[in-house]
Design a protein. Structure first.
Length: 244
């Protein structure tokens, strides 16, 4: 993946929950400084709504999610692999901090908007998912999302929308192939509540899960916990993940 070779040297998360709770630094930054980066920030230096709530503990969130993944009999890497299958349906190049100030991406904007309208179908664990991309731009510059972990990662500020179209067909009798089809079905009032068959998540989430086992805080509107991901993608330890 595009985030395999980042500076500084790779920080490796501890394996045990006890060792996670004992962390003092990540990438050389004190935990308190990382938590400050993660708090809701109206200036949007990192995130307006925040990666953590105003009073959440990063280490407690990491520890709870680590216990959950262990209980599920999976690894954070397996969950990140599944998420990456979805990301690969709507690929885009990253921005790095050494490319600051922001570069303009006029050549890519049309393709991004096209992806948002058409989407792509990905097969994960035998189920079909329609994956589409929502982009954010200001003055023809794509918005960016900085990692709060002090690792110099900056990516696009995109939202990935994933819909289980097999369940959409079985539960609502609606067969779609593109995001435009889905949009028309929603506008026509044919779908009802899609909460059980659709979710949205920020494009940085897969990166944070793989490198830091972080699914965002419980008070963050962008959080998708490991149990939700595992249930949504019908994951088991012996799944053979694949995409089409």
């Amino acid at each position: 993946m595009f985030y395999d070779n980042l500076e500084p040297a790779q920080f490796v998360m501890p394996r045990s929950t006890q060792d996670i709770l004992a962390l003092k630094h990540i990438n050389g930054l004190p935990i308190s400084e990382i938590e400050k980066n993660m708090r809701p920030d109206p200036s949007m230096h990192y995130s307006y709504h925040g990666f953590l709530g105003k009073d959440e503990s990063l280490l407690h969130v990491l520890a709870q999610d680590n216990d959950t993944v262990i209980r599920l009999g999976l690894s954070h890497n397996e969950i990140a692999n599944a998420m990456d299958l979805l990301f690969q349906a709507v690929p885009y190049p990253p921005i790095r901090m050494n490319e600051w100030p922001r570069r303009k991406f006029h050549d890519f904007l049309y393709d991004y908007k096209k992806e948002m309208h058409t989407g792509k179908i990905v097969v994960v664990n035998g189920m079909r998912f329609l994956v589409s991309l929502e982009t954010y731009e200001h003055n023809s510059v794509t918005a960016t999302q900085r990692s709060p972990m002090g690792d110099n990662y900056v990516g696009r500020s995109h939202s990935i929308r994933v819909t289980n179209i097999d369940k959409l067909k079985s539960e609502f009798g609606i067969d779609v192939e593109t995001s435009a089809d889905l949009g028309r079905a929603i506008s026509d009032g044919r779908t009802g509540n899609l909460k059980s068959i659709q979710f949205n998540f920020p494009s940085i989430l897969s990166y944070l899960i793989r490198r830091y086992e972080f699914y965002e805080g419980h008070q963050s509107p962008y959080r998708i916990g490991p149990e939700e991901i595992v249930a949504f993608l019908n994951m088991r330890h012996d799944n053979n993940l694949r995409s089409v």
